[in-house]
Design a protein around this ligand. Structure first.
Ligand code: AMP
Length: 851
């Protein structure tokens, strides 16, 4: 007999969802009875009550129950159970429990088979049992028991209720499983989820962000418990920019509103001076003339550059100006207003304005000032300046096309004394003299009229000496040997004296002691003529620190000492004499190789002193070496050394393949280009510039005393007895008894022996003439007397044939009667360099009338 019944109760838990499973019953020994419940509603129950009979085993089976994917199901039983004590006839076989059994067998297996395969889930006892009396009232005391079953691995299962001799009425059986229901939380959707099989297991579920939303930081997750509850939410979704959350979904921002940040909740109204013309704006754009920096917060108003600073005033203190102003009327809506200063010097005579140079200092700085004042220092004295003050803010750079607004201030600085001389350097040091040099002060604040040098012996500052110099160098003389002196220098302009430099301490050389650097003992004993000594002071022989001054070998008591001071002694074994190349006053001039140990072999000229010389001749012969040895210049013949320890005594110089210039030119008449000739002249001028810088006056500059090497480099030579000129065949006795090469010599040197670098310049002009005429004799066959007379009467050599006019002009300048009007050697070098750089300046040749 099959009788079917289904009970369907849907029951929602607070969080979870219980899904009931359809259950059918198959009765065996159990009876189906119609009754009423507490509320007198009709109900069906399954009953069994065979308490009086032995060996009961009564089954109530369910149909095959599909799990629908659930891994754990719950079984809720409602039943009544009769109290055995209340039964008439004693307790006998009466039971007060029954079994609930389950099996996972397949649907097709037969019942008998099933019963043997059931597994007991539990033995169920009643919390309350009823007696006959209760029944009489027709009120049942319902017991409710819930059991769970799992983990379930198959698609379905059977349930059965086994009675072993109790009196039971089964009112309802509800089989259900729990689910975590579909959920939208924090803009994330979590699907309907079946929990895990274990009692405390949590199933992690990754949510999906709703439309127009994005996960914030990480994908949202929730955990589904076995109770069907969503637990432990992690992460969340937020509306993407341009959308806002309204009632759990993302709605687009309206026109005029924007939302840029994931963190912000709602769309915001565009800040001042910005607009959003379309829906869904993620940012607002600035109105015309307004700007926004990337670093500005999105809710900040758009801003614009500030207006000009106001109320600018200046306060002058000597060569400094203090500028002060107030903040602009309109800061552009920003707090980051800064100020820039533009400094311009007003040039005299309406020549306009010029940017201030890098020497002007701005305190604390020139641009990006956050305070409304600045100190401008180290301006030139007595000068007009125009300052422009500009206010800028963070968006000024973005507003490039917009006109800047400035406030301008005109200022005139006062007179100021020069700034202190910063460094004083020591040049050549003698036992009683120290050469000093220094640089102009950083800020002269005018034209420097002179310098004052204050000095005193160290620790004797009670008495000091002050000397003056117009130049930035000076030889301080009259000092004690081996003594420390303190020097300070200050500059004077029309505004007065500047401060003294800091103290510099220098020491004089010891008395008569030779050192490796060829410290010259006896320097102070120089019997210089007073005229030259003055030159020393004012013009200073020391043009740059480190360049030595020529020392007259006469200043040495023992001429041998001078030779060894300036010339290296060479062992004769290093020299081989190969050829005779000329004849000198003291003996042959030879050539051959010089092999100094550890040095490359070079070709040298060897001047010998013939046997049978007197001590005076030896001294005169070596004189040249003492002079030549002091020079080191590519256009001065270089001394390699001397041989004095063996005989014959020799002077060894570099070898000049082409011999003396006059014969070389005669031999090569017309063979060179003008530029080659100018190149030779440039070399001679450069050598002469060096000699004049050294304070050496040659007195016998002539083409015959210039030597030429294989590269056409010309070098000044013949320093022999240049003071006495005994050896020059061109030298003639003057009325005053001196011997002078008349044709090459300046009139003042002929007239009163005024030999200076300016008279060397005259001779240089003659050498130019010799070169440009390929070794022609100056004034041809005119007598010396006629030459003196003609020059006196302003007659000058005519321009040589094919001589560029510019060169002839230079010669004529060298032959100015007034010696101070003649060019200096450095001007000559500079001019010749110009001609070489620009040969077209030599195109124009002297016309025949000049010639
Ligand atoms: P001096 O009388 O000392 O000028 O020398 C006589 C001649 O020797 C000169 O006219 C040159 O022809 C030659 N002479 C002198 N020194 C050198 C040198 N360094 N190289 C080549 N030839 C020289």
């Amino acid at each position: 007999v099959f009788y079917t019944l289904y009970i369907l109760v849907i029951l929602y838990c607070e969080q979870g969802l219980s899904t009931n499973i359809l259950v059918f019953f198959f009765l065996f020994q159990w009876e189906e009875i119609g009754e009423v419940d507490e509320n007198y509603a009709p109900i069906h129950t399954y009953q069994v009550c065979r308490v009086m009979e032995q060996n009961q085993n009564n089954w109530l089976h369910t149909n095959w129950i599909l799990t629908e994917g659930a891994q754990r199901v719950f079984i809720e039983l409602k039943f009544t159970l009769r109290d055995c004590n209340s039964l008439p006839g004693g307790v006998g076989t009466c039971k007060e429990t029954f079994n609930i059994d389950g099996t996972g067998m397949t649907e097709e297996e037969d019942r008998a088979m099933k019963e043997s395969r059931y597994i007991k889930i539990d033995t169920i006892a009643a919390d309350e049992s009823f007696t006959e009396l209760d029944l009489g009232d027709r009120v049942m005391k319902l017991n409710t028991e819930v059991r769970d079953l799992g983990p379930l691995t198959r698609k379905g299962f059977y349930l059965a209720f086994q009675d072993l001799g109790a009196c039971i009425a089964l009112v309802s059986v509800r089989v259900f499983y729990k689910r975590c229901p579909f959920l939208v939380k924090s803009l994330a959707e979590f699907p309907d989820t079946i929990p895990g099989s274990e009692a405390s297991q949590l199933v992690e579920v990754v949510g999906r962000c709703v439309n127009n939303s994005l996960p914030l930081y990480e994908p949202p997750r929730m955990h589904c418990s076995t109770e069907g509850e969503w637990l432990v939410p992690i992460g969340k979704c937020v509306c993407q920019p341009g959308f806002e959350e309204i009632n759990g979904s993302c709605q687009v921002c309206k026109v005029g509103f924007y939302r840029s940040l994931l963190e912000s909740l709602a769309c915001s109204k565009c800040p001042p001076h910005s607009v959003a013309r379309q829906m869904g704006a993620t940012a607002c754009s600035c109105e015309d003339g307004y700007f926004k920096l990337d670093s500005d917060p999105s809710n900040m108003a758009c801003t614009r550059p500030p207006s000009a600073p106001r109320n600018a005033i200046s306060n002058v203190n000597e060569t400094s100006v203090f500028l002060e102003w107030s903040i602009p009327m309109d800061t552009g809506g920003r707090k980051d207003v800064r100020y820039n200063v533009i400094c311009r010097q007003v040039l005299p005579d309406g020549r306009g304005l010029e940017e201030c140079g890098p020497n002007v200092r701005f305190l604390p700085r020139r641009t990006g000032l956050s305070n409304t004042s600045v100190m401008v220092a180290d301006l030139q004295s007595h000068t007009n300046y125009s300052f422009l003050l500009e206010a800028v803010n963070g968006v000024s750079d973005l507003a490039k096309g917009h006109a800047k607004q400035y406030v301008s201030l005109n200022v005139t600085t006062n007179q100021a004394a020069p700034s202190p001389v910063s460094v004083v350097r020591k040049g050549h040091t003698g036992k009683s003299s120290i050469a000093l040099s220094w640089a102009e002060p950083d800020r002269p604040n005018g034209i420097i009229l002179e310098y004052e040098i204050k000095y005193f012996e160290k620790e004797q500052d009670s008495s000091y000496t002050i000397i003056k110099s117009k130049d930035t160098e000076m030889v301080v003389e009259g000092l004690k040997p081996s003594s420390a002196y303190i020097f300070q220098v200050r500059a004077r302009t029309s505004a007065g004296y500047g401060a003294f430099s800091r103290r510099f301490e220098f020491q004089t050389s010891p008395y008569c002691e030779y050192t490796k650097e060829k410290e010259r003992c006896g320097y102070s004993k120089a019997k210089q003529d007073p005229e030259e000594e003055k030159m020393h002071f004012h013009n200073g022989h020391i043009k740059f620190p480190g360049v030595r001054t020529y020392i007259d070998p006469l200043t040495y008591e023992d001429p041998n000492q001078a030779v060894h001071e300036f010339a290296q002694e060479i062992d004769v074994s290093y020299i081989s004499i190969e050829r005779i190349i000329g004849a000198g006053e003291f003996g042959e001039v030879c050539s051959g190789p010089l092999r100094l140990p550890g040095k490359r072999e070079i070709q040298v000229a060897i001047k010998t002193l013939k046997a049978g010389y007197t001590e005076q001749q030896r001294r005169d012969f070596l004189w040249e070496a003492s002079i030549m040895g002091q020079f080191n210049h590519p256009n001065i013949i270089r001394l390699e050394g001397v041989v004095t320890k063996s005989k014959p005594v020799m002077i060894i110089t570099e070898y000049m393949e082409n011999g003396s210039l006059d014969t070389f030119l005669k031999k090569n008449d017309g063979q060179f280009t003008v530029i080659q000739l100018v190149g030779m002249l440039r070399g001679i001028a450069s050598g002469m510039r060096y000699l004049s810088d050294m304070g050496y006056v040659h007195r016998d500059l002539a083409a015959r005393n210039i030597l030429v090497n294989s590269n056409l480099v010309c070098k000044v030579s013949d320093f022999g007895l240049s003071r006495v000129l005994e050896d020059d065949p061109e030298a003639a006795y003057t009325t005053r008894g001196g011997k002078i090469p008349i044709r090459w010599t300046a009139p003042e040197a002929i007239a009163y022996r005024k030999f200076t670098s300016a008279s060397d310049v005259w001779s240089y002009g003659i050498v130019m003439w010799e070169v440009m005429s390929y070794g022609e004799r100056p004034y041809w066959e005119m007598s010396n007397q006629d030459v003196i007379k003609a020059v006196e009467e302003s007659y000058r050599l005519p321009g040589p044939m094919d001589c560029p006019e510019a060169l002839y002009h230079l010669m004529m300048d060298c032959w100015q009667r007034e010696r101070s009007n003649r060019p200096k050697f450095d001007e000559i070098v500079c001019l010749l360099d110009k001609f070489i750089r620009n040969p077209s300046s030599l195109k124009k040749l002297v016309n025949s009338s000049h010639r």
